[in-house]
Structures are given as C-alpha cells and as structure tokens.
Design a binder for this molecule. Structure first.
Ligand SMILES: Cc1ncc(COP(=O)(O)O)c(C=O)c1O
Length: 396
C-alpha cells in the first residue's frame, strides 16, 4: 500500500514553488525578461572563476577513480581537514576534521543534525519568520516543530514568547541567521541572550538542548553588519552550512555539519551522522565537488550585487510607504503588505507581473518576501511596475 502521508503532501505543494511555476508559465507567454520573478532563492551570480578552473584542471589531471569514486562516509578527508582549518582561521574555533561531516547542502546538514539530537516526539523550536521547509525537515524525523511568534519590529528573537514555549520536551532550537525570509542577521546581543537562556534551561531540565544553526547565508552579509558565529557563543551547537548560496552551486549539493568541539559527545556526532546516512540513503556528496570546493575554500562568488539590489528595493519600498526592516544580509527582504491578507496582495501584484511570495507559510501573516537574486537591471525595471501596482491598487 502506498504511504498516505506523503500522498497527502502532494496536495499541499510549496507556495514558493507554485509561484515559481506560475512565473515560468507567464514567461512563456510574455517573455521571461518581462516577469519580475522574486519567488525563488536561486543564486543569480556566477560561481567563482577559480572553482570552474579547478574543476577543469582536476578532470584533466587526476585519476578518475579518485574524482568519481565513493568518498568515505563522513566525507573526503582532505575536504574535512580544509573545512576545519578554514573555520578555525575565520571564526577562531578549534575544530578538527573529526568534527566535520560533509552533506548534501544545508538540507542534508540539518537532516543529520536533527536526527543526532532528537528522537520522535521531542520538540524542536524555531523562530518566525522561518524557512517553510523546516516543517518537513523536522516533522519527518518524528520530532515536532513548534514556531515561536515573530518580533515584527526587528525580526530578532521574540524572547518573551520563546521563554513561554520552552519546556522539558524541547531538545533542540533551530535557528537561521542571516535569515530567510527576513534578511535579518541576529546580533551578538541576540545570540548571547539565546545562549544564556538555553544554558540555564539545560541546568533546570537536566538535559542538553542543542542549537542547530542553519547558516547557508553566512557569507552574504552587508556593509557594517555584525554577524556573530553562533557556535562561539554556545557549546552545544551544530553548525549547518551550505555552499549553495556563497558559491552559487545549489545544484552541486554540498554542505557540512560542524560540531562544536565542546558539545556533549562531540566526538560521537560525526560517527552518528554516518549511521544516520545509512538509514536515510543519503550517502556522501559527490567526490569531485568536495575536492574542488576544498581547493577554493576561501573564495565566494561576487556577492556584491545582492547588496546593490537590496538598497534599490529597500529605498523604493520606504519611499512608497511600506513598513520594512532593512536586511543585514541574504538576498531576501520581508516588507509588510498593504493589506492584511498577504495572499490577496500577492495575487493583485501578479497583474503587474510582480511575483511576490505571501508570508503565511513563513509563520507570519500580512507580509511578503522578495528574493532579489535577479539582475540589477531587472530590479530597476520591476520598481516601475511596483510603483504602478501600489498606485493603482492602493491609491498611494
Ligand atoms: C534557510 C535555508 N535553509 C536551508 C536551505 C537549503 O539549502 P541547500 O540548498 O544548501 O540544501 C535553504 C535554501 O534555500 C534555506 O534558505
């Protein structure tokens, strides 16, 4: 018999994917260049040139069994060592390769981290607004995702609501900074406060509470913004990283879990991840991309276009009277819609070929997300459409 649960999920596809599908269909009618598609977080800038060169050189010079063979379960040893060194240099940590587990992107990293520190029935708290895929990521492990309501004035953490929701059944807190969808970077003060609450709750409940820090946008931080490395503030942290956004390689599926060396059972987490992989059929990411990225580990794509786009959009939104918190990083912005019903707002925007994602699935009502990983020239044209939309539909 087929599995009813997964069958039912087909009826509720991701809102973001549905809008991206609409944008593609509309693009076929009027030319994709005329659709202002702010739906998907697919990086728009090229991969670092050096990465392309490295891959070509590897293919031309290295043994094919080395490049295309299975890598060991936790990942290629050279890649793990280089990753640990990189994190130690950049963030002043003291990882060894034994703390690094290579994964298929951040999705794979979070999937492993969650399973390491929760069992079915446990609660995992996350903070609105949050990445909607956290629902399947968490709930399909058997643990239960609970969402702490947003602090809509700053999109930092709503600590009052968080403390109310903490209880002995909470085994992990899943955070995402820089944040999709708000673009907000949690400040040092926020991370310190989160760490101090969790330290005291660990003592009170007599068990560990892990932070699972989902960090695929760690490198996309705008000028002057303080972007603390979460693991420096809290020992029981599993950092989940991805090269999808920083190197523009989401299709290569590469990321890792980095286990804080002072976490409980730190030396067992990576071997546990290897066992989890056996159960989920994840196995290892492709050897070639692990090796190539390790050789370019200090590089990123030219990410500056995202800040240029953010400033253009933010300034226009403010001029038009939108309520919006200025993003500190990522390629997302999360303004308040001009009516309470964000779905209706987004539907009206379609008339102007503006594809805006309503906020309901991010755990906040009345907002919308724009993923501005598109060409700056297109952003500029889209602002004309935005002005027209706001004037005609809302008289502003
Ligand atoms: C917050 C967040 N976490 C995880 C992921 C998944 O990243 P990856 O493609 O590296 O698996 C994404 C992708 O958009 C994301 O925005």
């Amino acid at each position: 018999m087929i599995n009813q649960e997964f069958k039912d999920m087909i009826q509720a596809p991701s809102v973001i994917r549905a809008l991206a599908g609409y944008a593609n269909r509309r693009g076929k009618e009027i030319g994709y260049e005329n659709v202002f598609d702010y739906s998907l977080g697919n990086p728009s800038v090229p991969v670092p040139e050096e990465l392309t060169k490295t891959m070509i050189e590897l293919l031309n010079t290295k043994d094919s069994a080395y490049l295309h063979g299975y890598s060991p379960n936790p990942g290629n040893p050279m890649s793990r060592e280089v990753t640990a060194d990189h994190l130690n240099r950049v963030f002043g940590m003291d990882y060894t390769m034994d703390h690094i587990f290579m994964t298929s992107g951040a999705a794979g990293a979070v999937a492993h981290a969650l399973r390491c520190v929760t069992k079915p029935g446990d609660e995992v708290l996350t903070f609105a607004p949050y990445f909607p895929e956290y629902n399947p990521y968490v709930n399909k492990t058997g643990a239960i995702l609970k969402v702490v309501p947003a602090d809509t004035t700053s999109f930092q953490i709503n600590f009052d609501a968080f403390e109310e929701m903490l209880n002995p059944n909470v085994q992990a807190v899943l955070i995402n900074t820089p944040n999709n969808p708000s673009g907000i970077v949690y400040s040092t003060e926020t991370i310190q406060k989160l760490a101090s609450i969790l330290e005291s709750k660990q003592k009170e409940y007599g068990h560990d509470i892990f932070i699972i820090s989902d960090e695929p946008y760690r490198e996309i931080v705008f000028a002057g913004v303080d972007a603390p490395y979460v693991s420096k503030f809290y020992d029981n942290t599993l950092s989940c990283y991805s090269y999808s956004k920083s190197m523009s390689i989401p299709g290569e599926r590469l990321g890792y879990v980095a286990v804080n060396p002072r976490a409980t059972d730190a030396n067992l987490i990576v071997p546990m991840c290897c066992q989890i992989s056996r159960g989920t059929g994840h196995n290892c990411p492709a050897s070639l991309i692990q090796i190539a990225v390790a050789k370019c580990i200090d590089l990123t794509s030219d990410l500056s276009v995202y800040e240029t786009n953010m400033n253009l959009i933010y300034n226009e939104l403010v001029d038009l009277g939108f309520e919006v918190v200025k993003p500190g990083g990522t390629f997302y912005i999360f303004p308040k819609a001009l009516e309470d019903d964000a779905v209706a707002f987004s539907e009206k925007a379609k008339k102007y070929d503006l594809i805006l994602v309503p906020s309901d699935s991010f755990g906040v009502k009345g907002y919308f997300r724009m993923a501005y990983c598109i060409d700056t020239e297109k952003v500029e044209r889209s602002l004309v459409a935005l002005r027209e939309f706001v004037k005609k539909e809302y008289g502003r």
